[in-house]
Write a protein that binds this ligand. Sequence first.
Ligand SMILES: Cc1ncc(C[n+]2csc(CCOP(=O)(O)OP(=O)(O)O)c2C)c(N)n1
Ligand SMILES: *[C@@H]1O[C@H](CO)[C@@H](O)[C@H](O)[C@H]1NC(C)=O
Ligand SMILES: *[C@@H]1O[C@H](CO)[C@@H](O)[C@H](O)[C@H]1NC(C)=O
Ligand SMILES: [Mg+2]
Length: 567
Amino acid sequence: MAEVTGAELIAEALKTQKVEYMFGIVGVPIIEVAMAAQAAGIKYVGMRNEQAACYAASAIGYLTGRPGACLVVSGPGLIHALGGMANANVNCWPVVVIGGSSDRNQETTGAFQEFPQVEACRLYSKFSARPSSLEAIPSVIEKAVRTSIYGRPGACYVDIAGDMVNAKVNRSKVKGVSCCPPPPVSLADHSAVTEAICALKAAKTPLVIIGKGAAYGRAEALLRQFVEISGLPFLPTPMGKGVIPDDHPNCVAAARSRALLQADVVLLFGARLNWILHFGLPPRFNPNVKIIQVDLCAEEMSNNVKSVALLGDIGAIVTQLLTCVREHGWKYPSNTEWWGSLKEKIAANAEISKGLALNTTLPMNYYTVFHHISQQLPHDCIIVSEGANTMDIGRTMLNNYLPRHRLDAGTFGTMGVGLGFAIAAAAVEKSRDKSRRVVCVEGDSAFGFSGMEVETMCRYNLPVVIIVVNNNGIYSGLDPEAWKEMAKMGDLTSIAPPVSLLPDARYDQVMTAFGGQGFLVRTAEELKSALELSLSDWDRPSLLNVLIDPSSDRKQQDFPWLTRSNL
Ligand SMILES: Cc1ncc(C[n+]2csc(CCOP(=O)(O)OP(=O)(O)O)c2C)c(N)n1
Ligand SMILES: *[C@@H]1O[C@H](CO)[C@@H](O)[C@H](O)[C@H]1NC(C)=O
Ligand SMILES: *[C@@H]1O[C@H](CO)[C@@H](O)[C@H](O)[C@H]1NC(C)=O
Ligand SMILES: [Mg+2]
């Protein structure tokens, strides 16, 4: 009977569990695991930092419904991945991290990169364990993959003792484990569905909110039917954008603050009442708002505001709601005062943004830049975005037309996710017949967190288009002249504004350093032609370094984005 190594068992178990992608950085003791993964038919992407590797692996989980694997070495390698695990867990995205650790016979001796890894991962994951023998590897990996996608999705960690990687066992001794099926589906309680429909029928100013849980749950077709049959206005959360196209007539994203504030009944699909939705509380919500919550996680129900709980699979529950709406022959009328008020606000906001976008003063402002980008992006492109102003303004001006086509800093507000997400999305697209374009819209600060992953994009010929919206800093910056003056006035560490970054930094040259296309962009014409060239090059990545007015800002908001809670 043939023998099999620990590395082979890990790789084969992942493949059996339909894990198709692995991102990581190799070293002692896990080089052989990466090689075995490729031999088993898993695609391996070598990254430049484990944090970005883990972001990438979790994006695979969100995009495909099956976790990506993140492979890291012991100690510092695993610790770099913790940021990615936390981000995945907070976003409810599945990911499986495989960490090599010290040899068992060296534990507690001060071994190379020794660290209490299983314990360390506990706070950042929903499952953290180490197989006790080679024979246990397939079942522990099955459990990690299953746990990552069942219930509320999240991060899982499997620790592999270094000495187990090359140790061998007779195949006959290893019990086969089959592939875990997709998560089981359950329906909401019938009486809760009836209560929800009654509340909606009685509502004067109802609102549907579509979260990224609806995108993850692939409920797009059913939700669109529901919105069209019920005639309700809907608002997407940042990554709920595209579940129903942003240009759908029922979308009230451009009247977000008014919609939230004046809604009397809110039907939440796969979204939490956390900071992104201002906790569901005043001053951003009506104090008497009635919340109907559709979620797969019972613990999420009635967080911050008591709700009617529709617990279960989102697609199944939308079907239940559709059946009721059809039976009752009910539709929210399109000629109500509520629709009128929302449409009026949408038109007023569009006018303000248009004014800012058409300003031809140089340097450009955010609105001008996003206006031109939005005109050129293909409808089916995947938009990755991070930054503060860059992400917030970009979200309002760059439409999504398809589900799971927006990846951003998410619930955890993590800067540095963009390039890893873009690499994951581009890797998935590369394996499809008809690839879609991945466009990564980055603030200059955000880009810096994982900037070296540009080399990864160049190495694997991933045709990502990176647009760095460069305002010389975090939220805002200084122009080159002001910076020079400041440098004359004293030690910059004492006087330079903490938000500032090097003015007019040549991020485009980071791309050309590795053979990609780089563009320095100052005008709308340069932006148009650079974007056209970038989008037509399917063989290599591009970076547009768009220099904007360092004092450009968001248009006046009714409320600050990070509303302090009244909790
Ligand atoms: C990991 C991490 N570190 C720090 C922050 C704090 N932070 C929020 S936004 C941001 C960067 C904003 O600057 P930039 O990306 O240039 O976008 P801009 O607002 O300038 O357009 C930072 C550092 C964060 N959210 N995440
Ligand atoms: C595997 O089985 C063979 C034959 O039964 C035996 O000689 C060998 O020592 C076994 N190897 C291990 C690692 O147990
Ligand atoms: C365009 O923007 C500049 C700089 O912010 C501003 O001074 C100017 O008034 C704006 N022009 C118009 C027509 O809004
Ligand atoms: Mg910036």
